[in-house]
Write a protein that binds this ligand. Structure first.
Ligand SMILES: *[C@@H]1O[C@H](CO)[C@@H](O)[C@H](O)[C@H]1NC(C)=O
Ligand SMILES: *[C@@H]1O[C@H](CO)[C@@H](O)[C@H](O)[C@H]1NC(C)=O
Ligand SMILES: *[C@@H]1O[C@H](CO)[C@@H](O)[C@H](O)[C@H]1NC(C)=O
Ligand SMILES: *[C@@H]1O[C@H](CO)[C@@H](O)[C@H](O)[C@H]1NC(C)=O
Ligand SMILES: *[C@@H]1O[C@H](CO)[C@@H](O)[C@H](O)[C@H]1NC(C)=O
Ligand SMILES: *[C@@H]1O[C@H](CO)[C@@H](O)[C@H](O)[C@H]1NC(C)=O
Ligand SMILES: *[C@@H]1O[C@H](CO)[C@@H](O)[C@H](O)[C@H]1NC(C)=O
Ligand SMILES: CC(=O)N[C@H]1CO[C@H](CO)[C@@H](O)[C@@H]1O
Length: 787
C-alpha cells in the first residue's frame, strides 16, 4: 500500500529524470533520398545509410537523430521519380538528396523547385544545372562538366593527340558533357572525326551502339572519348571489344560516369577489353573526414552493406556521403543560430501549389556550409558552385584502377607516363591517333557544276582542250585536292548525268541527282555545294559544314529614279497648266480693255483735281503692258505699273487671290510629290516578297530550297510554296534563275553564298533581306557526302 501510494511521486521523479532525455531523444530530423535502380546503385545506397549512421554516432547534430528515407525507381522512370519526390515532400523532410543522373535531377527539381525544398545533387554535372534561375533549390556538390572537359582536354594535350572521336549517351549528362571540350578542340585545332550518341535503355545490357561504333571505326581516329554512366559504359566497351576497337593502338578515355561507379577489387579480374582504359575521376579521399568515415565503412558486413566492408570507396558513393554530411552541418548551424524549422509537409499536387515556408532558410544554411567532407572540403562560392575541384587521372590495369596523375585548378595536370598503359597494353610512343583506310584507293566522285564551288572548263586559257579531273576547278575542287593529299587517295571526277542535286520522289521514294548517285553507289563521294537537309542525312553522311549559310533572294536593282527636266511640272496636270496660262491671258485682255475704256485709267486718283484733259495722251496700259502685269502677278513679282482705274484694280485683286490659291496648291503638291517618290514601297525582305504579286519569285526545281518550301509549315514560306506551284515559277538551273532576275521582274531564291557571289560580279543585281532557312546545316560545300 505504501508503495502504491507513492506511485504518483515515482512517476513525477521518473519523469523529471527521463522526460528531458526522452524529449531530447525524440528530436528527429528527416531527409529523403532518391536513387534509380537499386541494383546498379547499391554502393550509393550503402553510402547514404552509413553516412546517416556516421552523423548520428558522432552526434554531428547535437541531441538530434537524423533519419533518411531512401526510395528507388527504375533507371529511366523519370515520372515515377517525380511522384516519389512528391510523396516524400509530404512526409516531413528537410531536404531531398539525389538522384544520380543529370536528367533525373532535372526531373526531380521540378518538384523541389515548386514546393521549395532544397535538393542536394551529389554527382549531377550537366552544365545546364548551374543556372540558378532555372534550378533555384538545387545544391550541387560536383563541379560541372565544363571543368571535366578541361581536364580531358589537358590529358589529350599531354599526349599530343590531334584527332579523336566522341561517343556519348543521348541524355543530358551525355550530350552536354563535352560542350566545353569541343570548344577547346576548336581553339586548339584538333579534329573531332565523329560525334556519335546512343539512346540509354531501361536495361543497360540492351543498348544498341553497333552502328555508332561502326562509324567510329570508319572515322579513323583511334582516340575515343566516352561520356555516359557506368552501366552503359561497360556495355559499350564490351561491344567495342567484340568489334576490335579496344586492341593495341586504341585509347579510350572515360568520364566520371564510368570511373565514379566502377571498382575492381584486388581479387577481381579486369576483363581484357577494359585493360588500359584511361579515365578522369573526381577525387574521393581528399577530405579530412575520409579516414574517420572509412573506419565505419570498412568495418561493416559487406553482405548487409554491399560495396562497403573494404578500405575503398568509389567517387560517386563518396559524394553521397558528403551530401548527407552537408545536410548535417547545415542543420547543426541552423540549430546553433537558434532557428527552428519543421519538416516540409506540402502536397505538390494541390492547386495553387503549396510551398515549404522554411525552404529558403534551409537553402541558405546549406549554401553557407564550410566544413571538411570525405571527398573534399565542402564549400560553395557566391553563386552556389562547389569550389573544391580536383580530379584524379586513373588507368585500369590488371590490379584495378590505378592513379597515374592528378589535376587541380591551380597546378593543372600532372601525369606519370611511365606507369600509364593503353588499350591492349600499348605504350604512349606507339600511339598513332589517326589511321586512314583510303590510302591507295581511287574514288569515283560525282560533282555538280555550281559557280563558284565547282566550275567546268573544257579548254584552258590558251584554248587547249582539258581532260578528266583537269576540267574542274573551284573551291570544292581545291578542297578535294587537299583531302586527297592528306588521306592519300586518288579520284576520278564526273558530272552528274541529270544535272540535279537530288530530291526524293514523294511517291517512289527514289533519289535523283547527286544524292541518287551516292545512294545507288554509282559514286563513292560527292563534292559540290550540297545543302545538308534532314532528309538527305538519313541516306548519306555529310562532312561538317564549313560555310554557314542561309537562303536569300536576288533581284534587279531598282532603276535609279529618273530626273526629268520637266519634273517641276508634275504637281499639275497639263490641262491645269493650260488653264492657268489661258487665265493669265484673259486677265491681260480684260485689263487692257478696261484700261482702254475707263475714263480714270490715265489719271492717278490723287491727281484727280489737277488735270483731267489728258485722255488723248497715249495710255501706258497697252495690251503688252497688261500681259506683263498679269504674268508678273502670277509669278509673284511686282510690275512697274499698277492699274489706276477702280475696275482695273478690282480685276487685279481677284487675279491676285486666284494666284494665291494656285501657288499654295502647287507648293503643297510639289512637296508631296518629292516625298512620295522617296517612300515608294520596295522589297526588303522575304515577307515583302510574299506579300505582293507584281514580282514573280521562284527556286530551282529539285533543289534543297524547293524541298524547304514544300515542307515548310510556317508562313510565309507555306504560302510562297503554293504560289510557286500555282505559277510554276521554278527555274531549271541557277544560270536561268540569275538570267531571269536580271532581265525580268523576277526574284530568284537560293543559297546566299551563291547569290552574293553573283551580286558581287554583276552590279545590276542585288541580294535582298536577311537570311532565312538559316542553320548550321544549311551551307554549301560543307557537304562532301559519302555513302
Ligand atoms: C544535449 O543534451 C545534453 C544532455 O542532455 C545537454 O547537456 C546539452 O546542452 C544538449 N545540447 C544541446 C545543443 O541542446
Ligand atoms: C519510400 O520508402 C519508404 C521507406 O523505405 C517507404 O515506407 C515508402 O512507402 C516509400 N515510398 C514510396 C512511394 O514507395
Ligand atoms: C507515400 O506513398 C506510400 C506508398 O505508396 C503511402 O503509403 C504513403 O501514404 C504516401 N505518403 C504520403 C505522405 O503521401
Ligand atoms: C574477393 O575477396 C573477398 C574477400 O577477400 C571475397 O569475399 C570475394 O568473394 C572475392 N571475390 C572474388 C571475385 O574472388
Ligand atoms: C595541386 O596539385 C599539385 C600536384 O599534385 C599539389 O602539389 C598541389 O598542392 C595541389 N594544389 C591544391 C590547391 O590542392
Ligand atoms: C600503297 O601502295 C604503295 C605502293 O604500291 C605500297 O607501298 C603501300 O604499302 C600501299 N599502302 C597501303 C596502305 O596499302
Ligand atoms: C575548246 O577548244 C576546241 C578546239 O580545241 C573548240 O572546238 C571548242 O569550241 C572550245 N570550247 C570552248 C568552250 O571554248
Ligand atoms: C524625282 C522624280 O520625281 N523624278 C520623276 C521625274 O519625272 C519622271 C517622269 O516624268 C518620273 O519617272 C520620275 O520619277
Amino acid at each position: 500500500m505504501m508503495l502504491l501510494r507513492w506511485i504518483p511521486v515515482w512517476f513525477l521523479g521518473a519523469c523529471l529524470l527521463l522526460c528531458p532525455l526522452l524529449a531530447q531523444e525524440s528530436r528527429r530530423v528527416k531527409i529523403a533520398a532518391l536513387i534509380a535502380d537499386a541494383e546498379v546503385y547499391t554502393a550509393e545506397r550503402t553510402a547514404l545509410e552509413l553516412a546517416v549512421q556516421y552523423v548520428n554516432l558522432n552526434n554531428i547534430i547535437p541531441n538530434t537523430t537524423l533519419e533518411c528515407t531512401i526510395n528507388t525507381t527504375k533507371e529511366l522512370a523519370f515520372f515515377e521519380m517525380v511522384l516519389q519526390a512528391c510523396n516524400q515532400s509530404a512526409s516531413g523532410v528537410h531536404a531531398i538528396i539525389g538522384p544520380v543522373g543529370s536528367s533525373a535531377v532535372k526531373a526531380v527539381s521540378l518538384v523541389s523547385g515548386a514546393v521549395q525544398i532544397p535538393q542536394i545533387a551529389p554527382v549531377a554535372t550537366d552544365p545546364m544545372l548551374a543556372n540558378p534561375q532555372t534550378y533555384p533549390f538545387l545544391v550541387r556538390l560536383s563541379a560541372t562538366d565544363t571543368v571535366q572537359s578541361r581536364v580531358i582536354a589537358d590529358v589529350v594535350d599531354h599526349f599530343g593527340w590531334q584527332q579523336m572521336s566522341i561517343l556519348t549517351s543521348s541524355d543530358d549528362y551525355g550530350t552536354h558533357g563535352f560542350i566545353e571540350f569541343e570548344r577547346i578542340a576548336g581553339v586548339n585545332g584538333w579534329l573531332i572525326r565523329t560525334v556519335q550518341s546512343f539512346d540509354p535503355t531501361d536495361d543497360p545490357r540492351r543498348i544498341r551502339v553497333r552502328r555508332q561504333l561502326q562509324a567510329i571505326k570508319a572515322a579513323g581516329a583511334r582516340i575515343v572519348l566516352l561520356n555516359c554512366l557506368a552501366s552503359f559504359g561497360l556495355e559499350v566497351l564490351r561491344q567495342a571489344g567484340d568489334m576490335g576497337l579496344t586492341g593495341v593502338g586504341w585509347a579510350w578515355i572515360v568520364t566520371d560516369g564510368v570511373t565514379g561507379m566502377t571498382s575492381f577489387r584486388k581479387n577481381e579480374t579486369v576483363p581484357r577489353h577494359l585493360l588500359g582504359l584511361l579515365g578522369v575521376k573526381p577525387v574521393e579521399d581528399k577530405g579530412e573526414l575520409f579516414g574517420d568515415f572509412m573506419k565505419l565503412w570498412s568495418s561493416v558486413d559487406s553482405n548487409r552493406y554491399p560495396g562497403a566492408g573494404v578500405w575503398d570507396i568509389e567517387a560517386y558513393p563518396a559524394k553521397f556521403v558528403d551530401a548527407v554530411l552537408l545536410f548535417a552541418f547545415a542543420y547543426r548551424d541552423l540549430l546553433r543560430a537558434g532557428q527552428s524549422v519543421t519538416g516540409a509537409s506540402v502536397q505538390c499536387n494541390k492547386f495553387p501549389s503549396q510551398t515549404w515556408k522554411h525552404g529558403d532558410t534551409m537553402l541558405q544554411y546549406l549554401r553557407k556550409v564550410s566544413e571538411e567532407g570525405i571527398s573534399s572540403k565542402i564549400l560553395f562560392s557566391e553563386d552556389g558552385t562547389p569550389t573544391q575541384v580536383e580530379f584524379d587521372i586513373v588507368n585500369l590495369q590488371t590490379n584495378g584502377w590505378q592513379r597515374v596523375g592528378s589535376w587541380n585548378d591551380t597546378d593543372g595536370l600532372t601525369i606519370d607516363n611511365s606507369v600509364t598503359s593503353f588499350m591492349g597494353g600499348g605504350q604512349v610512343e606507339l600511339m598513332d591517333d589517326y589511321v586512314s583506310d583510303l590510302r591507295n584507293r581511287t574514288l569515283r566522285i560525282v560533282t555538280h557544276r555550281d559557280i563558284p564551288f565547282v566550275m567546268k572548263n573544257m579548254n584552258d586559257s590558251e584554248g587547249n582542250p582539258l581532260h578528266g579531273n583537269d576540267q574542274y576547278s573551284g573551291l570544292c575542287i581545291d578542297l578535294l585536292k587537299w583531302l586527297s593529299d592528306q588521306l592519300g587517295f586518288q579520284y576520278r571526277l564526273y558530272h552528274v548525268a541529270d544535272d540535279k542535286f537530288g530530291n526524293k520522289d514523294r511517291t517512289t521514294g527514289r533519289w535523283n541527282g547527286v544524292i541518287g548517285d551516292l545512294v545507288y553507289k554509282k559514286a563513292d563521294m560527292a563534292v559540290t555545294d550540297l545543302t545538308i537537309t534532314a532528309e538527305r542525312e538519313e541516306d548519306v553522311d555529310f562532312t561538317l559544314p564549313y560555310i554557314e549559310a542561309g537562303s536569300t533572294f536576288i533581284m534587279r536593282k531598282k532603276a535609279r529614279a529618273e530626273y526629268n527636266i520637266m519634273n517641276f511640272s508634275r504637281p499639275f496636270q497639263p490641262e491645269l497648266w493650260a488653264l492657268v496660262f489661258i487665265t493669265t491671258l484673259a486677265v491681260a485682255i480684260i485689263q487692257s480693255v478696261i484700261n482702254k475704256l475707263s475714263p480714270y485709267s490715265g489719271i492717278p486718283m490723287d491727281e484727280d483735281s489737277s488735270g483731267s484733259g489728258d485722255l488723248d495722251e497715249e495710255s501706258p496700259y497697252t495690251f503688252a503692258e497688261s500681259l506683263w502685269h498679269s504674268f508678273a502677278a502670277l509669278i509673284q513679282q511686282g510690275p512697274e505699273f499698277f492699274p489706276r482705274a477702280p475696275s482695273g484694280r478690282i480685276t487685279s485683286i481677284f487675279w491676285g487671290m486666284g494666284i494665291l490659291i494656285v501657288i499654295a496648291t502647287y507648293t503643297a503638291n510639289l512637296a508631296a510629290f518629292l516625298t512620295i517618290s522617296r517612300l515608294e514601297t520596295t522589297i526588303e525582305s522575304v515577307e515583302d516578297l510574299a506579300a505582293q504579286n507584281e514580282i514573280v519569285y521562284g527556286v530551282q526545281r529539285d533543289s534543297a530550297t524547293q524541298s524547304f518550301f514544300d515542307e515548310s509549315n510556317i508562313e510565309p514560306f507555306k504560302t510562297m510554296a503554293a504560289v510557286m506551284r500555282a505559277r510554276d515559277s521554278y527555274v531549271e538551273s541557277m544560270a536561268e534563275g540569275i538570267r531571269k532576275a536580271k532581265t525580268e521582274n523576277y526574284a530568284y531564291i537560293s543559297d546566299n553564298v551563291l547569290l552574293d557571289y553573283q551580286a558581287n560580279r554583276d552590279c545590276t543585281l542585288r541580294t535582298v533581306g536577311r537570311l532565312f532557312k538559316k542553320s548550321g546545316l544549311a551551307s554549301p560545300c560543307r557537304s562532301i557526302a559519302l555513302h
